[in-house]
Design a protein around this ligand. Structure first.
Ligand code: PLP
Length: 393
């Protein structure tokens, strides 16, 4: 059977491809260290699990409103007030089945055929595919490594055409871990306000910031910028709840209403039990979010020097998220490979370490390593990578 055009151009997720290969090797009995994961290695905090179980026992096992329980929206509104001094109403919040689904629904709601979305590189793998699935066109601007992988207002200005509908911001970033300062955010946002372009601000890594860095939401910068921004966030990374599938968007009521209508015909609602767990996550906070953040920061500081000591490897020190995104082009050359993808595959074959090649993120000279795994495992993985580079030079 002929499949629809829309799926024939889809690029499978590079993160999932390497994870599948690593799993295959593991099943064959090899001692594989996977640094591909995009999820915290901790279990969900117990107070959240308890609240979810309690909700089921109390009979909350039925459909909810499509955009989420009013009580959950209230908890999310409270979180915005507390963390960012941002005020939203119930009709300005949409809860979906994970931030990924929220973004998907957003692009379906705002894009017509040929509309352009400006995406800084390196980017999270799903942005371009989601834009294309909504008949939009991704337009890339390069976040240069020399500028901590960040784009400038001038670059954004130059990329704008009559068809530009939205600009995606992801700070802290997956895959680079870099963060924009309030001044940089303001410059970018001013360009969007001037041209009436929607800012899609993916703040899923908001809670995972290091070295004393403070996260600023672009929506905090002025009332006008807030009106021009849809903030996307969720509990997957902050509360180690990737499998629960809860994410949300906040912003313009018309956009939120359109997303709600779409969800009413697709998911009906995000899983009820997970919504109850998320209410607890935001209203009964017990310090575990900060404990997990500290654990990530400790790992980052312990492994960073070991990483940059590998010949031919350089790395911008991340300020957030849980990824390292080193430039390995020199090591790849030293080892006689044509590209990073082949080098990554050889490391998996020879040293049984799974890295994600940067090509899937629009950065062909880099690889992504997740430190959302035990310190021992990361240190051993880096030892093996160093051995690979030295043995093959
Ligand atoms: N946005 C970014 C930048 C991510 O890295 C991820 C997850 O990998 C998501 C969104 C999606 O998160 P969720 O698990 O809530 O769908």
């Amino acid at each position: 059977m002929n499949l629809a055009k829309r799926v024939s151009t889809l690029t499978p997720s590079s993160t999932l491809a390497i994870t599948a290969k690593a799993k295959e090797l593991k099943e064959q009995g090899h001692d594989v260290i996977g640094l591909g994961a995009g999820e915290p290695d901790f279990n969900t905090p117990k107070y959240i699990i308890d609240a979810a179980v309690r909700s089921m026992e109390e009979g909350h096992t039925k459909y909810t409103p499509s955009a989420g329980l009013p009580k959950l929206k209230e908890a999310i509104i409270g979180k915005f007030e507390q963390d960012q001094k941002l005020t939203y109403k119930q009709n300005e919040v949409f809860v979906g089945s994970g931030a990924k689904h929220v973004l998907y629904t957003l692009f379906q709601a705002i894009l017509d055929e040929g509309d352009e979305v400006v995406i800084p590189t390196p980017y999270w793998v799903s942005y371009p595919e989601q834009v294309k699935l909504a008949d939009g066109n991704p337009v890339y601007i390069e976040g240069f490594e020399s500028n901590d992988f960040k784009v400038t207002a001038e670059q954004l200005e130059q990329a704008i055409t009559e068809k530009t509908k939205a600009f995606i911001l992801n700070s802290p970033s997956n895959p680079t871990g870099s963060m924009y300062s309030p001044e940089e955010l303001k410059e970018l946002a001013d360009v969007c306000v001037k041209h009436d372009i929607l800012i899609v601000s993916d703040e899923i890594y908001e809670k995972l910031v290091y070295g004393g860095a403070v996260h600023t939401s672009v929506a905090q910068l002025s009332e006008q910028i807030k009106e021009q921004t849809i903030v996307v966030n969720g509990v997957s990374k902050s509360h180690s709840m990737t499998g629960w599938r809860i994410g949300y968007a906040a912003g313009n009521a018309d956009i939120i209403k359109a997303m709600t209508n779409l969800a009413s015909h697709s998911t009906s609602n995000p899983t009820t039990t997970a919504q109850y767990g998320t209410i607890a996550a935001y209203t009964e906070e017990d310090g575990s979010v900060e404990n997990m953040r500290q654990a990530f920061e400790e790992r980052l500081n312990k492994v960073f020097d070991q990483l940059i000591a590998i010949p031919g490897v350089s790395c911008v020190k991340p300020k957030g998220a849980f990824y390292l995104f080193p430039n390995v082009s020199e090591a790849v050359k030293l080892n006689g490979f044509n590209d990073v993808d082949a080098w990554v595959e050889a490391i998996l074959e020879e040293e049984k370490v799974a890295l994600v090649p940067g090509s899937g993120f629009g950065a062909p000279n880099n690889v992504r390593l997740s430190y959302a795994t035990s310190l021992d495992a990361i240190e051993e993985a880096l030892t093996r990578i160093e051995r690979f580079v030295r043995n093959n030079t």
